[in-house]
Design a binder for this molecule. Sequence first.
Ligand code: PLP
Length: 353
Amino acid sequence: MSKFWSDLVQQLNPYIPGEQPKIDGLIKLNTNENPYPPSAKVYEAISRANNIKLALYPDPDATELKESIANYYKVKIDQIFVGNGSDEVLAHIFLALLKKESPLLLPDISYSFYSVYCSLYQINYKIIPLDNKFRINPIDYKVNNGAIIFPNPNAPTGILLSLNTIEEILTNNLSSVVVVDEAYIDFGGKTSICLINKYPNLLVVQTFSKSRSLAGLRVGFAIGNKQLISALEIVKNSFNSYPMNRLSMPAAIAAIKDEKYFQQTNTAIIKTRAELTKFLTNNDFSVISSMANFVFAKHKSIKAKTIANKLREQKIIVRYFDKPRINKYLRISIGTEKQNSLLCNSLKKILAE
Ligand SMILES: *Cc1c(COP(=O)(O)O)cnc(C)c1O
């Protein structure tokens, strides 16, 4: 801390991302990245180097990228907002749409960046506890609020809400923006994008970081009523005209066009998730049924932190949250089939000690 810092910065507790250690042969199951590389078409798009005019600014409106997303989800181009990762999209959403006089509602166990944005933008928020099975109960969101946000599937639990339940939340809160953060929706859930024309208060956020293996490129987007999108464009154009660049845009377009590869990698992850769930269940873990590319599991007797530390000694890193309600759990990202069998072997040894 320094006297040169603003009062706001002195008060902030920034988000701490999962670590990215540089260790050879590391099995990295701590930040929900895709264990498979992106489509080969992504590399082809980036390597068309002499066509990519890096000396020039990129299209500030990201029109071609928006067109390919619009085409994929059968929505209009003015119903799409794109940003430098969904974290940036979310940041603009918090400032443009969630800062209201009444509190923003968010679950106690969810993406921990939400409360960080609330501090950054001085947004009044109210934490709504999940029920005792870590579920979001729509009735709990039928209280005075300025806006609502939650991930679906939720993170770090992996629990998926049905579209009916989401509609119930939307119907109960027609005067509030409801943001559904679908970072993990492609791993078995049904997107609520089909509801945007029915509910002008719905904003859906997605990312290329998880299901499309592009965490390193930073591409995220929001889909909703054009009035909501306009507010995001105003904030974006008051912040950075060019969040999307001449490499990330063609790469993302190539990724969304390669449906076959997308289905192939998602199918592999869903299969491995089922295998890991079965292994953990057979080895005294209770595992929450996950629709994401991770599982959330606790062992009946061995502490989560102990297991995480022992896995690390074997060069496998998983995520452990030292927080009330969830400090008995490990969040394990789904790896490749091979990484998964190495994980299971290591766990077998640790549990046998
Ligand atoms: C990973 C994640 C994000 C951020 O994704 P980026 O597009 O990489 O910024 C947003 N929300 C949730 C719930 C996530 O897990």
